[in-house]
Structure formats: C-alpha cells, structure tokens
Design a protein around this ligand. Sequence first.
Ligand code: TYC
Length: 124
Amino acid sequence: MTEKIKYEEEHGVEHNKEHPEDHRLEQSGTHALVRPENKTKTPSFYKVILLNDDFTPREYVVLVLQKFFKKTDQEATHLMLQVHHKGMGVAGIFTCEIAETKSYQVNEYSKKHKYPLKCVVEAA
Ligand code: TYC
C-alpha cells in the first residue's frame, strides 16, 4: 500500500480514480477500490479539554490525567502545568462517544471529591 492510499484511508479521504496512482492500482488488480454505494461515515474526532480553576489541587489534576487519560507522571505534570498557566489544555482526542464518556467520568469524579475541575468536549 502506498503512502498516499494509507493517508487517504487513515483520514477518510475518498480515492480519486482519475489520479494516476489510484488508476494504476485499480488496473493492477492488487487493490480493491470498491466503495459501498451508501458511503460509510468515517468517525470524527473530539478533543477532551481540561479547564483551569483556582481551587482544584495540582496533585489531584495529575491523578485524574493518569487515571482517565493514561498519562505518565511526567506527562500529567507537564499538562497540568500547561493548563494552570494557559487556562486550558487537551487531555486527549477520541471518537465522540469516548470523548463524552471520559469528560463525564472526570466531571463526576471531581464532583464526588468536591473539586470544581471541569472537562469539556470540542470537535477536533
Ligand atoms: N490552578 C490550580 C491550582 O493552582 C491547579 C489546576 C491545574 C487546576 C489544572 C485545574 O485543570 C487544572 N491549584
């Protein structure tokens, strides 16, 4: 598989049969470029954004980033400080359902611990 086709598949770009590379591949018969009539929607991605506040302890934010976003101690500390200084930061990029779930889990977990830490979801 060529880099062009790999890129197209990963980014949900339709192959252009008029393009010499795609045309050649189709003719060679080594790649099936069959597309369903009802085009399947490629998943869109969503950012889970962590917001700064003045009350949530730094250590708790680091813990949340490790627990829900599988960050290492170093990554979590770096991101927490970035959020602390800039006001917000991207904790991760996921498909819609996973992004909403992560955000909900973090917000609920923080409510339970009585901290105002908040996550929001935004299209990537
Ligand atoms: N600003 C907080 C403090 O000084 C730390 C903090 C960092 C809070 C990141 C939230 O998303 C956040 N304790």
